[in-house]
Design a protein around this ligand. Structure first.
Ligand SMILES: *Cc1c(COP(=O)(O)O)cnc(C)c1O
Length: 393
């Protein structure tokens, strides 16, 4: 055999071994060889589960999808290249046989609004915003504008409002409206929206599920009714996650409950400490008995698990004072993301909520002196010490 031929054939394409590796290998194959043409024919006809081309299915992705569907108690899942891709794909599948109108929580991730208005709007999607924490307002909006889908986050950003998913699901189910829940902040440790009646759950696995700040990804968890459409569209549109990202995400999820428990504990301790701090005006954390959604929180979130996000207002601070405070932080990482093992901080006023019109910020209750911390798994005393020295300066 000549070197040119060896370069593309030698050592490769061995038959799978009988021993099973303890972790799922990264299958970097774009396509698969079948035993014979008859087998390939059965795979293409969906009469047999198997692999032909990675846009359709890949064993590494399959393993992650099975894992996340199990965590959320869904029928099946699809791993996507990002959380935004997962949201777009979920919306497309949900609206296939429904009116192209979305009722969306006003308090939602900024890019989600841009997806609805700037990307899907020109293709005929109409979006109406609603206060998703006001169930009566949601019901009135549904009966007025008859949407095809309701899109909400379990825990919102950055003011950490908690949606009454069970009540919203009841409203959706009597009207054939698809309930799509972005469960990124809550994670399946705190809430499993499918169990409360959601049709589709979406995650940015870039955040808590991955947990290490090294992998962009998204997941859609689906009920049985929408799953076939999600897979059928995916085989054509190809929103899929790469196998390396699927591997890293799966590896991250192994320790996700451990990390999340620790993050919740650290966040609760930090919130309690901040409430007593003389330089802090208001603290937003769902363990607060005076939280506007306290009754919903008691029903939806497990005792003691209120998430790893803490937002607070610095007394009398404007933009310059907030810049100074954040620039003095030495341990907490100033970067756009959340859910990582290390503590991260973001200034919503100039970042996530930069493009939100002032009157909408006012309606949400978002002020210029608010910072948002994603609490990590460090020793909480070290996080407090860093915030203390930065506030003191
Ligand atoms: C980050 C995030 C997204 C988008 O996910 P990407 O992985 O960045 O595409 C969607 N929803 C929420 C709540 C997020 O925090």
């Amino acid at each position: 055999m000549k070197i040119q031929t060896k370069a593309v054939h030698a050592g490769d394409r061995k038959r799978p071994q009988q021993q099973i590796p303890v972790s799922t290998p990264v299958h970097f194959a774009a396509s698969w060889i079948c035993a014979d043409q008859a087998e390939q024919d059965r795979i293409f006809a969906h009469e047999q589960h198997g692999y032909a081309y990675s846009r359709y299915a890949n064993p590494t992705n399959d393993a992650l999808e099975e894992l996340v569907a199990a965590l959320e108690n869904g029928h099946g899942a699809l791993a996507c290249s990002s959380g935004m891709m997962a949201l777009q794909h979920a919306l497309t599948a949900a609206l296939l046989e429904r009116p192209r109108r979305v009722l969306c929580a006003r308090d939602i991730y900024g890019a989600t609004l841009k997806l609805l208005y700037d990307v899907m709007g020109p293709f005929g999607l109409r979006t109406e915003l609603v206060d998703a924490n006001d169930t009566a307002a949601v019901e009135a909006a549904m009966d007025r504008s008859r949407p095809g889908a309701l899109l909400v986050e379990t825990i919102s950003n950055p003011l950490l409002r908690v949606a009454d998913l069970a009540a919203l699901a009841r409203l959706c189910r009597t009207r054939n409206i698809a309930l799509i829940v972005d469960n990124t902040f809550a994670t399946p440790l705190l809430a499993r929206p499918m169990e409360l009646g959601a049709h589709l759950v979406v995650h940015s696995s870039t955040k808590y599920l991955g947990g290490h700040g090294d992998t962009l990804g998204g997941l859609i968890v689906s009920d049985e009714a929408h799953y076939e459409t999600i897979r059928r569209f995916s085989r054509v549109a190809g929103p899929v996650m790469g196998p390396m990202e699927a591997y890293l995400t799966m590896r991250g999820i192994k320790t996700f409950p451990l990390r999340m428990e620790r993050q919740c504990r650290n966040a609760a301790a930090l919130a309690a400490w901040l409430r007593k701090h003389p330089k802090v005006e208001r603290v937003f954390y769902p363990d607060d008995p005076a939280h506007p959604d306290a009754a919903v929180i008691r029903r939806i979130l497990p005792e003691g698990l209120y998430g790893g996000m803490v937002s607070f207002e610095v007394k009398g601070a404007g933009r310059e004072q907030i810049f100074g405070f954040l620039d003095r932080l030495r341990l907490c990482v100033r970067a756009t993301s959340l859910g990582d093992v290390h503590t991260m901080v973001l200034y919503p006023w100039i970042a996530s909520h930069r493009d939100v019109p002032p009157e909408q910020k006012a309606a949400m209750g978002l002020r210029e002196n608010l910072v948002r911390f994603s609490v990590g798994i460090e020793a909480v005393e070290d996080i407090m010490a860093d915030i203390e020295q930065a506030l003191g300066g």
